[in-house]
Design a protein around this ligand. Structure first.
Ligand code: AKG
Ligand code: FE2
Length: 433
């Protein structure tokens, strides 16, 4: 069993790649992080290492690949399809709820034609009265138009300024989020025997309390704040539970069981599968290269699939989207007046883009805004258009400061000082299919 599974500390995205170690020869180096950001001395021994492992670690690998890597930058290419056939690797599928399906696909056409805008309201069912408040939250859902018609949406103002300030103070808290964080550096062997780095960042898992009886109250608060600002169709499987005490333990969101129960009807809800806080250090020029959040062709499928991803920005480096934004390399931005792929055949007005370099779809949401996309298509098969990457943080860009909300005052200023390497901070929420 991969080391990380035993330790259950790293994110499950990382587990995906750790699985890849055995199947495709990924080389992964995982170091735990000291509580103070920037000092990255290993704090815990993850497992007793063999002489070979120790040697591999010295050269930056903890697994020396035996086979050619089955996962390359061009995920899902023909070679991999071939690899899949040879290995007979089962491709995972999921079942959508009607609501989630509607959210991602029903209004696509309409909403594009209506300036890509659609408003969704959510109710606050399940939140204790003292937290509920009376107003219904209006979430603005804006399609990120692309020629491939992939349902990528921007959710505006998931965290309003005050909540954003509170969220930042939580994720920068050394005693909670930061103390649990791990420094991740994953390496992959590519053709020619070269090794490339797939990812470098700090990751802290957003725990699910069914897994650990002592969950962090601040994590509950963070999840509550985020969930309150999300469209109801996306969080049905994650009712707000509040932070009431139950036998000394903080009760938390309903999480799915560790055993995956295949769903056969559309009447289920998408359970919260896992979450993470990802910190990108400016000085470390951190990034996360192209990957799918739930599936790597040729690799054994995850036990539980991540039907969709919600990626909430808490902090973004200033500057162009290319500085620290999220890129979708398989998607092409659709500018005003341009036509999507499916309409091309029906209209005579589109111009050929042959010989033109492919434009890159890069989005850098404002802090407090989130991206959401499905990792599986409408029929429940892996959607490879969802592959994405976190672009590197430009060197020497100072982190953005929090300009609104009372909470930022002294406390956050101090934390920022302690953590001024964290140029970008995002939260991933994954929901099971
Ligand atoms: O930080 C980003 O832009 C993307 C992060 C991501 O893809 C992940 O953590 O799985
Ligand atoms: Fe991702």
């Amino acid at each position: 069993m991969p080391v990380a599974l035993k330790n259950a500390i790293v994110t499950t995205t990382v587990l995906l790649y750790l699985f890849s170690v055995s199947a495709t020869g990924f080389a992964v180096l995982t170091l735990s992080m000291s509580s103070s950001a920037g000092k990255s001395s290993p704090r815990r021994s993850l497992k007793k290492k063999s002489v070979a492992d120790n040697m591999a670690l010295k050269i930056g690998l903890n697994v020396v690949p035996k086979k050619k890597s089955g996962y390359t930058h061009n995920v899902g290419n023909d070679a991999q399809t071939e690899t899949n056939k040879v290995r007979k690797v089962k491709v995972p599928t999921i079942t959508w709820t009607q609501n989630a399906k509607d959210f991602f696909w029903r209004d696509n056409e309409q909403s594009r034609e209506k300036a890509n805008l659609r408003n969704t309201s959510r109710t606050t069912t399940g939140v204790p009265a003292r937290q509920r408040g009376e107003r219904q939250v209006q979430v603005q859902v804006q399609a990120v138009a692309n020629k491939e018609e992939f349902p990528l949406y921007l959710l505006r103002n998931v965290l309003p300024p005050k909540s954003l300030a509170r969220a930042l103070s939580i994720v920068l808290d050394e005693d909670t989020a930061i103390s649990d964080a791990e420094e991740m550096e994953q390496h992959e062997r590519v053709s020619g025997g070269k090794v490339r780095t797939l990812r470098r960042s700090i990751v802290s898992r957003l725990k699910c309390t069914t897994e650990s009886s002592k969950s962090l109250p601040t994590h509950v608060q963070l999840l509550n704040m985020i969930v309150s600002g999300l469209p109801v169709e996306l969080v049905e499987g994650m009712p707000l539970s509040g932070s009431t005490k139950d036998n000394g333990n903080t009760s938390i969101h309903k999480c799915s069981n560790s055993e995956h129960v295949p769903t056969t009807t559309h009447n289920h809800s998408h359970q919260y599968e896992d979450g993470s806080i990802v910190y990108y250090r400016t000085a470390g020029n951190d990034f996360y290269d192209t990957h799918h959040d739930s599936y790597a062709p040729g690799d054994p499928p995850r036990q539980r699939q991540r039907a969709y991803t919600i990626l909430l920005y808490l902090r973004a480096p200033p500057g162009l989207p290319l500085m620290g934004g999220t890129e979708f390399p398989r998607l092409t931005p659709l500018r005003q007046g341009q036509t999507s792929e499916s309409k091309k055949g029906r209209t005579a007005t589109t111009t050929s883009t042959r010989n033109q370099p492919k434009e890159r779809l890069v989005v850098k949401p404002r802090p407090g805004d989130a991206l959401v996309w499905p990792n599986f298509d409408e029929d429940g098969n892996p959607h490879m258009h969802s592959v994405h990457r976190a672009l590197s943080i430009a060197p020497s860009t100072p982190p953005t400061t929090i300009s609104k909300g009372k909470l930022q005052a002294d406390e956050i200023a101090r934390k920022d000082k302690d953590n001024d390497l964290m140029g970008k901070i995002v939260v991933n929420l994954w929901f099971e299919g």
